[in-house]
Write a protein that binds this ligand. Structure first.
Ligand code: FAQ
Length: 313
């Protein structure tokens, strides 16, 4: 029997992708597909875990027991999302230790948005409403990703994110319709989180080096700019409903296209943040490294227990 060459395997692989097949961990895949997925999925997992920090900062200061319970549950959900995604990335042949090391050393990125500080309670509303709102738009598209374990993790994650988005919207709406001081706090949070939320979708299409491959492999089904536009079209009327002003003088609705045009994003700021020079990058990595070191004894104890029981089994 003739052995298949790498080229013919790649052609067969692309045919499966084009036919809408899901690729599973034991299936043959091109090395560059595997590497791209590890990059993207691990960054996503790291984002969920680092993303717990800005909100975790407010758990002890939530204004009521109801708000505290829902924030606590939300932050815990983000930890769960990180774990599903680390497990899904491990199916591609990379270990959890390697993934964590890449985060701590700065080799792997995590979402730029989590390098901004949470200065007031309204920031918790803004994160749920805008950041989870942006994450849902991005991740609903990823439920159709060609890699089975990623797509399946996304289905569950999206369901949970939609609760998160609603709790954020409810916080913002309550503040926006509260006292003048509360409304001011909500507006200030929107002013600070708006542009970084637009940056979450990644650089403009023309400057997105990974999109071509990821779209050809049906990992990404929409481009960065397409998803960003969807987000603006969804969120702008919500801001108006709450009586809040999006901090963009160029934001304009067009009846004919039923969509908005908006001002220019400060890509220099985005590039600085992803290079490690955002307001909180160093603090975030320090917190993650410390949490990992503080958890060493738990991992050691669990491994010792597993080893002892494998010997007695
Ligand atoms: N931040 O070629 P592209 C959440 C990097 S989860 C940092 O366009 P790609 C839930 C990119 O990695 C939020 N880096 O890249 C939550 C690449 O650098 P590299 C995370 C960014 O992969 C809520 C370079 O720029 N979601 O929020 C960013 O095609 C509340 C060139 O970019 C996901 O990860 C950025 N924003 O598109 C949790 C979703 N954008 O790696 C807690 C999955 C780009 O070559 C609280 N990921 N870069 O060195 C994706 O959809 C894609 O990876 C994109 C980027 C759209 C993020």
């Amino acid at each position: 029997m003739q052995t298949q060459t790498t080229d013919s395997k790649e052609i067969a692989f692309q045919k499966r992708i084009d036919a809408g097949d899901k690729i599973e961990p034991k299936d043959w895949m091109p090395e560059k597909y595997r590497k791209q997925l590890i990059r993207m999925m691990s960054q996503h997992a790291h984002s969920e875990i680092v993303g717990m920090l800005p909100e975790g900062n407010w758990i002890t200061r939530a204004p009521s027991l109801r708000r505290k319970a829902s924030l606590l549950a939300k932050v815990q959900d983000e930890a769960g999302h990180g774990l599903y995604l680390y497990s899904a990335a491990e199916t591609l042949g990379i270990s959890r230790d390697e993934l964590i090391e890449q985060l701590h050393s700065g080799k792997a990125k995590y979402s730029s948005i989590f390098n901004y500080p949470t200065l007031s309670w309204a920031d918790i509303g803004a994160i749920g409403w805008l950041v989870d709102g942006a994450a849902i738009i991005n991740q609903v598209a990823l439920t159709r990703a060609s890699y089975g374990p990623y797509a399946r993790a996304m289905v569950r994650i999206c369901k949970e994110e939609s609760f998160h988005q609603r709790q954020g919207f409810e916080i913002m709406n309550t503040l926006a319709n509260g006292t003048a001081a509360q409304k001011k706090m909500a507006q200030d949070a929107l002013n600070r989180w708006w542009w970084p939320s637009l940056m979450m979708f990644g650089p403009p299409d023309a400057e997105s080096p990974n999109s071509t491959d990821l779209m050809a492999w049906r990992v990404k089904s929409d481009s960065n700019d397409t998803l960003r536009q969807k987000f603006v079209d969804r969120v702008a009327p919500q801001a108006e409903f709450m009586g809040l002003r999006i901090p963009d003088d160029q934001l304009k609705y067009h009846e004919e296209t039923e969509s908005y045009t908006f001002g220019t994003i400060d890509w220099a700021e985005f590039n600085q943040v992803i290079k490690g020079n955002g307001p909180c990058n160093k603090q975030r990595i320090r917190a993650r490294v410390k949490a990992h070191e503080d958890g060493n004894w738990v991992r050691e104890a669990a491994l010792a227990y597993a080893e002892k029981h494998s010997k007695t089994a």
